[in-house]
Design a protein around this ligand. Structure first.
Ligand code: OYP
Length: 576
C-alpha cells in the first residue's frame, strides 16, 4: 500500500499550497494502522499549535494568541483581505477626522440637523431612510423585528411586576374598542427588557462620566399600524423617581425615552448579539475543530469553510476594539469594565435552545408577528442548512453508535463542552451526542457563522450610521421629569461630534460588503470529492437559489427592503 499523508501543506512566500486526501473518513473508516497513526500525529501537532486560553473568566474561552501576529499562517487573512481591512479602516477614519476638523472638535451639536454634517460619502439607502424616519413610532417597532438586533422582542401575557403600566395610560394607543387586558390575552403585547444593563459600570471618557439606563419598553401590535411602542420606563426599579413615558407625552420627552432604549440596544446588540452570540461562540468551534479533528475527518471538512478568518478577526477585535485602550474605551458608554461584565451576565444565561431559530422563536412567542422578515428568512435558511448537514452526516454515520464510537468526534465534543464553554452549567447541550444531536449541533454552528452573523453584522451601518437612532454612549443621565426635556438636553446627552464620527467609521468598516467574500454554500476548496457528498452540496445550492428567489420576491415593491439574509449576501464564515 502506498501510504500518503492525508494532507500535505506548505508555503511559497505567502501562498499556501495544499495537497489533501479528498475522501472524508472517520477514524473507523481509516483501517490501516499507519493512517491512524498519522491522524494521531496530526492532532498532536495541532494541539501544540492551537491552545485554549481564558481571555476573561465567565465567557467562552478562546485561542491562545496575544495578537493576530501570533496565529499560524493557516489562520491569517491573506494579503488582499489584510490590506483591504486596514485601508478601509484608515479611509473611514481619515474621512471622518477631516469632518471633525471641519466641525468644531469635541463639541456637542446644536440640533439634530447637525448630524447631517457628517453624513458625507459614507452612505447607504437604509441609513438615509433611517435619517428621515427615525423619530416615527412604527419605525422603532420595525427595527425590533428587522433591524440589527432582531432577537430581543418577546410576547408577554402578563406585565412584569416592576413595570406598573395601567390600562388607561396606554388606552389612547389602542385600536378602537379594545383594551390592554384584552390585548395581553390576545397575544398582541410585546416587551423589550434591558434588565441586563442594570448597574453596569459606566465609562469615563476624557474625564467625563457616561451614563447607562436599563429600560423596559412595551409594544402593541396595532391592527392597522403594526408594532408600536406604547410605554417606556428607563429604570428597572419603579420606586426610583422614574416616570413611564408615553407617546402622548411632550414630543421631545417621548423621543428622548426612545433614544435611551436605542442606546441600550446599541450595547446589547454589539456586545451580546454580535460579539458574544456570534464571534465568541463560533471561536469555540474553531479551536476545538482545529485541535481535535484531523483534516480528513468529515466534520472537519464540513466545518472548516465556515471557520475561515474567524480567529484573526476575533484577535483584532480583542486587541483593537475591546481592549483597555480600544475603540469601546474611547467612545462607548460600556467601554472599560462594563463590556465584560455585560458579556459575563449574558453568558450565564446563554442557552443552546436560544441558538436554534425554531426554538428561539417559539420561546419568545413571536410566530404571530407580521412582517418579521428576519424570522421568516432565518427559518428558511435554518431548514436548508439542517437538511444539508443531515445529508452529509448520514453519509458517514448510520447510527448513534457510529457517533459514540468515533473517539475523535467525542474528544471534539468534550473540548467544546469542557474546554470552550466552561462554567456554563445551564447551557443545555445534551451530555451524549446522538446522530440527530450531531446534525443539530453542526447546523447551529453553520447557521451562526453564516446567517446569524449576517443578520447582526451587515446592517450595522444602515441602522447605526444615523447616530441619534442608535447612540453608542449617553453623556447625561436619563431625564427624571418629562416636562423638562429640551432640545439642548438631547444634544448634550447624545454622543459628541468626535464619538459620532467614530461610530460611523467603525460601523461602516464592519458593515460594508467584504470584497473577498465567499457566499454561503460556495467553497473555495474541494473538501469532499465523493460523488454522494457532491450531490448533497448541489441540493443545498439549489435550495439556496430558491430561497434567494423567494426573498427577492418578498421584497419586491417594499419601501424598506430586508435583504440581509439573501443567500448571495450571506458570507460562509465570520470574517469581519
Ligand atoms: C477589529 O483600531 C474589528 O480602529 C473591528 O472585531 C474594528 C477594528 C478591529 C479596528 C479598530 C481600530 C472587528 C471583531 C468583532 C466584533 C463584534 C463587536 C463589534 C462591535 C462594533 C462596535 C462599533 C463601535 C462603534 C463606536
Amino acid at each position: 500500500t502506498v501510504l500518503t499523508f492525508p494532507c500535505y501543506r506548505w508555503f511559497i512566500g505567502d501562498t499556501k499550497v495544499e495537497i489533501r486526501e479528498a475522501t472524508a473518513k472517520t477514524p473507523m473508516q481509516d483501517s490501516l494502522p499507519q493512517l491512524l497513526e498519522h491522524r494521531r500525529k496530526e492532532l498532536q501537532e495541532r494541539q501544540a499549535t492551537y491552545r485554549w486560553v481564558t481571555w476573561a473568566p465567565g465567557i467562552p474561552r478562546c485561542i491562545d494568541a496575544k495578537t493576530e501576529a501570533d496565529l499560524p499562517q493557516d489562520e491569517r487573512f491573506d494579503n488582499e483581505k489584510r490590506s483591504d481591512f486596514e485601508h478601509s479602516l484608515h479611509y473611514a477614519l481619515l474621512e471622518l477626522s477631516l469632518k471633525k476638523l471641519a466641525i468644531r472638535f469635541g463639541k456637542s451639536w446644536n440640533d439634530l440637523e447637525d448630524f447631517k454634517r457628517i453624513f458625507w460619502k459614507l452612505r447607504s439607502p437604509i441609513a438615509e431612510y433611517c435619517m428621515e424616519h427615525w423619530k416615527e413610532d412604527w419605525f422603532f417597532g420595525y427595527q425590533c423585528m428587522n433591524g440589527s438586533n432582531p432577537r430581543m422582542i418577546r410576547m408577554i401575557q402578563k406585565l412584569p411586576e416592576n413595570f406598573p403600566v395601567v390600562p388607561n395610560m396606554v388606552q389612547s394607543s389602542m385600536a378602537l374598542g379594545t383594551h390592554l387586558d384584552i390585548e395581553l390575552k390576545a397575544g398582541n403585547i410585546y416587551l423589550l427588557d434591558y434588565a441586563i444593563m442594570d448597574g453596569i459600570p459606566t465609562n469615563t471618557i476624557r474625564g467625563r462620566p457616561q451614563f447607562i439606563a436599563a429600560p423596559l419598553c412595551l409594544l402593541y401590535l396595532h391592527p392597522d399600524n403594526g408594532l408600536m411602542p406604547i410605554a417606556i420606563q428607563l429604570e428597572q426599579n419603579p420606586d426610583r423617581d422614574t416616570p413611564i413615558f408615553l407617546p402622548s407625552d411632550p414630543p421631545l420627552a417621548w423621543l428622548m425615552a426612545k433614544m435611551w432604549v436605542r442606546h441600550s440596544e446599541f450595547q446589547v446588540f454589539q456586545l451580546l448579539s454580535h460579539l458574544l452570540r456570534t464571534h465568541l461562540v463560533v471561536e469555540v468551534f474553531c479551536v476545538s475543530t482545529l485541535r481535535q479533528l484531523p483534516a480528513v475527518h468529515p466534520v472537519y471538512k464540513l466545518l472548516s469553510p465556515h471557520l475561515r478568518y474567524t480567529l484573526e478577526i476575533n484577535c483584532r477585535g480583542r486587541t483593537q476594539l475591546l481592549s483597555s485602550n480600544g475603540i469601546f474605551k474611547r467612545v462607548v458608554s460600556t467601554g472599560g469594565e462594563g463590556l465584560m461584565i455585560l458579556a459575563q451576565r449574558e453568558y450565564k444565561v446563554l442557552t443552546y435552545r436560544s441558538l436554534q431559530p425554531p426554538r428561539d422563536f417559539a420561546d419568545r412567542g413571536v410566530f404571530q408577528l407580521p412582517k418579521y422578515f428576519y424570522r421568516d428568512n432565518s427559518l428558511m435558511l435554518w431548514e436548508a442548512i439542517h437538511s444539508f448537514v443531515s445529508g452529509i452526516v448520514s453519509l458517514y454515520y448510520h447510527s448513534d453508535e457510529d457517533v459514540t464510537e468515533d473517539q475523535e468526534l467525542q474528544a471534539w465534543f468534550r473540548d467544546i463542552t469542557q474546554e470552550g464553554f466552561t462554567e456554563l452549567p445551564n447551557f443545555g447541550l445534551p451530555s451524549r451526542l446522538t446522530l440527530e444531536e450531531l446534525s443539530t449541533l453542526l447546523s447551529v454552528v453553520i447557521f451562526i457563522a453564516t446567517a446569524q452573523h449576517a443578520a447582526t453584522n451587515n446592517g450595522q451601518f444602515d441602522w447605526c450610521a444615523w447616530v441619534p437612532n442608535t447612540p453608542c454612549t449617553m453623556r447625561h443621565p436619563p431625564p427624571a421629569d418629562k416636562d423638562a426635556v429640551t432640545m439642548e438636553m438631547i444634544m448634550a446627552t447624545l454622543p459628541d461630534v468626535s464619538q459620532s464620527c467614530v461610530q460611523m467609521a467603525i460601523t461602516w468598516h464592519l458593515g460594508r460588503a467584504q470584497p473577498d467574500a465567499i457566499p454561503l454554500g460556495q467553497y473555495a476548496e474541494e473538501h469532499f470529492n465523493e460523488g454522494r457528498a457532491q450531490e448533497v452540496i448541489d441540493r443545498f445550492r439549489a435550495e439556496l437559489k430558491e430561497i434567494e428567489e423567494q426573498i427577492l420576491g418578498q421584497n419586491e415593491g417594499l419601501e424598506l427592503q430586508y435583504l440581509f439574509l439573501l443567500p448571495s449576501r450571506v458570507e460562509n464564515s465570520i470574517t469581519i
